[in-house]
Write a protein that binds this ligand. Structure first.
Ligand SMILES: NC(=O)c1ccc[n+]([C@@H]2O[C@H](COP(=O)([O-])OP(=O)(O)OC[C@H]3O[C@@H](n4cnc5c(N)ncnc54)[C@H](OP(=O)(O)O)[C@@H]3O)[C@@H](O)[C@H]2O)c1
Length: 257
């Protein structure tokens, strides 16, 4: 890919640009003009160009990333005309391939979902459908997960929301340790470290279910088991499940509009 256009320079696409440059992408990055201060700052830091219109971005870019909010998509779509077959990677949550095809006739559309860790090339990168060029473009931002169909992709979007929720859970755990007297920095290191331990072990043992890995630790008579008994009697997982259902409902409702 020689050039990449960004339609909608916002929180997520800014991090994607950071990650792309960090991974060594040296091609042209062409930015849409709206949100001028952010676009100018990004251009200065990462050698991007801010163009005068969305259509100029479309005309000069080989591939496009669209990163506006869902409600802003119709307006953006009305402002541009893509080349037949031009690849458009959409990170717009809840807008399905059929809706993208109507909004951008003739374009070759792929959906993607990432987290802010894209700026460190450490995001989960969900993609649908499988597409070699999209995978080459976004793969450097983290770990690709190619979803078989859009139902699976909506679930991947719920998983992307979990990324945000985890921070609040981790904050609460850190806060508990701090309230008990640990310096905040140490509390943070212990919470993140123990989470990282869990992730490392789980990734190295893909044949073991996550539950089995936990059960191997929380054996009868352990302190872990004592705490787990309390967790299992309080509806924490039910609350997380309810949050997932709300998000999935919202995504499916939008894709039916
Ligand atoms: N944030 C996340 O964690 C995350 C994660 C995964 C996916 N997403 C998806 O990514 C998309 C962007 O989210 P965000 O949080 O990055 O939003 P954001 O910060 O609000 O960025 C959206 C950007 O699009 C610009 N924009 C709006 N209409 C435009 C138009 N017609 N032409 C060009 N630019 C236009 C906005 O400019 P103005 O400020 O001038 O309106 C803003 O700079 C959403 O669809 C969301 O579903 C976000």
């Amino acid at each position: 890919m020689r050039s990449l256009g960004i339609l909608g320079v916002g929180e997520l696409t800014e991090k994607m640009v950071h990650g792309l440059r960090r991974s060594g992408f040296a091609g042209a990055i062409l930015l849409s003009p709206r949100n001028a201060a952010r676009a100018e700052a990004l251009a200065a830091e990462h050698g991007c160009q801010v163009l005068t219109s969305n259509q100029a971005v479309v005309d000069q870019a080989e591939q496009l990333i669209v990163g506006v909010r869902p409600d802003a998509l119709p307006q953006l779509a009305s402002e541009v005309r893509l080349r037949p077959g031009q690849r458009l990677l959409s990170v717009v949550a809840g807008i399905n391939l059929e809706q993208l095809a109507v909004a951008f006739p003739g374009a070759s559309c792929v959906r993607a979902m990432l987290s802010y860790s894209a700026q460190y090339n450490a995001s989960t990168v969900a993609i649908c459908p499988a597409d070699e060029q999209a995978e080459q473009c976004l793969g450097p931002l983290g770990k690709l997960v190619v979803l078989a169909d859009e139902s699976a992709f909506e679930l991947a979007t719920v998983a992307a929301c979990m990324n945000g929720w985890f921070y609040f859970l981790l904050h609460d755990l850190q806060q508990w340790l701090s309230d008990k007297g640990l310096p905040a920095e140490q509390a943070r290191a212990l919470v993140l470290g123990n989470l990282q331990d869990c992730i490392s072990a789980a990734q190295r043992q893909p044949e073991q279910s996550l539950k089995a890995l936990g059960e191997a630790i929380a054996t009868p008579g352990t302190f872990t088991a004592d705490g787990l008994a309390v967790l299992m009697h309080q509806p924490v997982s039910a609350t997380w499940g309810a949050a997932c259902e709300v998000v999935l409902d919202g995504l499916l409702t939008r894709s039916r509009l």
